[in-house]
Design a protein around this ligand. Structure first.
Ligand code: GAR
Length: 194
């Protein structure tokens, strides 16, 4: 059941969480959603501290003690997430592969941002791969999460040029600046339609 009033948004991060910060900052005023929880697979993730500073509750479930038992790790994630009754789950630099069981649990309400123009460059090292291929443009994609990795209906993309002497790092920075605009815009649209 979808919440009456503002949609409740949980966000999962693994790293610094710059996309998470932009999402949280966007959900104010007449925005149709509010951030209710930020979680991570790493207690030391910089994103957790940044969320706390913004007054958003956080949790972490370290994936390492679970070893290969993804189901048990995900059961713990779900336990924390569902206690906050999220209507929407945003992956924002969450670097664990999720099983179909987890994905089905949040079917139709889970979004991801990926740093490439999907369907190009699923997986890791997207910027290096775009440079190696000699692409003249790169970008990012917000999509609904389905059981296939970096697949699912595309909600929006943003493009940037590749410039001479780009390195994976300079290209990543140019793409990240677009991610910070694209993800909040797509979340807003998604929350309005839910
Ligand atoms: C972002 O570039 C995001 O697109 C990417 O990780 C970075 C996280 O940065 N996500 C993936 O590669 C997912 N496969 P952030 O922690 O500063 O938002």
């Amino acid at each position: 059941m979808v919440s009456n009033g503002p949609k409740r948004v949980a966000i999962l991060v693994s790293g610094g969480g710059s996309n998470m910060v932009k999402l949280v900052e966007s959900m104010t005023g007449d925005h149709p959603a509010r951030a209710v929880l930020v979680g991570s697979n790493d207690h030391g993730a910089g994103g957790l501290k940044r969320a706390e500073e913004m007054g958003v509750p956080t949790f972490a479930v370290d994936h390492r003690p679970f070893g290969k038992d993804r189901a048990a790790f995900e059961a713990e994630l779900i336990r924390h997430l569902d206690a906050a009754r999220p209507d929407i789950l945003c992956l924002a630099g969450f670097m664990r592969i999720l099983t179909p069981t987890f994905i089905n649990h949040y079917a139709g309400r889970m979004l991801n941002i990926h740093p490439s123009l999907l369907p190009k460059y699923k997986g890791l090292h997207t910027h290096a791969r775009a440079l190696e291929a000699g692409d003249s443009e790169a970008g990012c994609t917000v999509h609904e999460v389905t059981a296939e990795l970096d697949d699912g209906p595309i909600l929006g993309q943003a493009r940037v040029p590749v410039v001479p002497d780009d390195t994976p790092e300079t290209l990543a920075a140019r793409v990240l600046a677009e991610e910070h605009k694209l993800y909040p815009a797509m979340l807003r649209k998604f929350a309005e339609a839910l």
